[in-house]
Design a protein around this ligand. Structure first.
Ligand code: GTP
Ligand code: MG
Length: 136
């Protein structure tokens, strides 16, 4: 079994889509092992998105992810990393995400794309350490 770190981003929380997104996760068969509403500090945002520090959209991304509460979760299950990436859809909700995915069904913009999911088992370990250090 595998673990992955998921964020319901501020746009999705503000739009009242948290329940819908968690329902899709549960229907897929992924198990919730941690779940918490969090106000994101600048420090946690910077750690989480460290890989994007050189990107032109970095400042905007940090501003967005700290703009309101997120719901942070750890999911567990077989191939959990890939399974959640499939549920989420591609990064761009219109150009990449398919209808039927979270981003494809609910998103219009590349930044406000509703959810984050770890992109590898290694990233998941790093991100779970940031968001839920007690989980180890
Ligand atoms: P995450 O699961 O959130 O990491 O998304 P991802 O892995 O599909 O995309 P990536 O890691 O490449 O980018 C991280 C986040 O930055 C995306 O989810 C978007 O919110 C945002 N982002 C990515 N590309 C762009 C862009 O070109 N412009 C802007 N404004 N934001 C972007
Ligand atoms: Mg990513």
């Amino acid at each position: 079994t595998e673990r992955t770190l998921v964020l319901v981003k501020p746009d999705a929380v503000a739009r009242g889509l948290t329940g819908e997104i968690l329902a899709r996760i549960e229907r897929k068969g992924l198990r919730l092992v941690a779940l918490e509403l969090r106000h994101v500090s600048a420090e946690v945002a910077a750690e989480h998105y460290a890989e994007h520090v050189e990107r032109p959209f970095y400042g905007s991304l940090i501003e967005f992810i700290t703009s309101g509460p997120v719901v942070a979760a750890v999911l567990a299950g077989p191939r959990a990393v890939a399974a959640f990436r499939q549920l989420a859809g591609g990064t761009d909700p219109v150009a990449k995400a398919e209808t039927g995915s979270i981003r494809g069904d609910f998103g219009l913009e590349v930044q406000e794309n509703l959810v984050h999911g770890s992109d590898s088992v290694e990233s998941a370990k790093r991100e779970i350490d940031i968001w839920f250090p007690a989980l180890g």
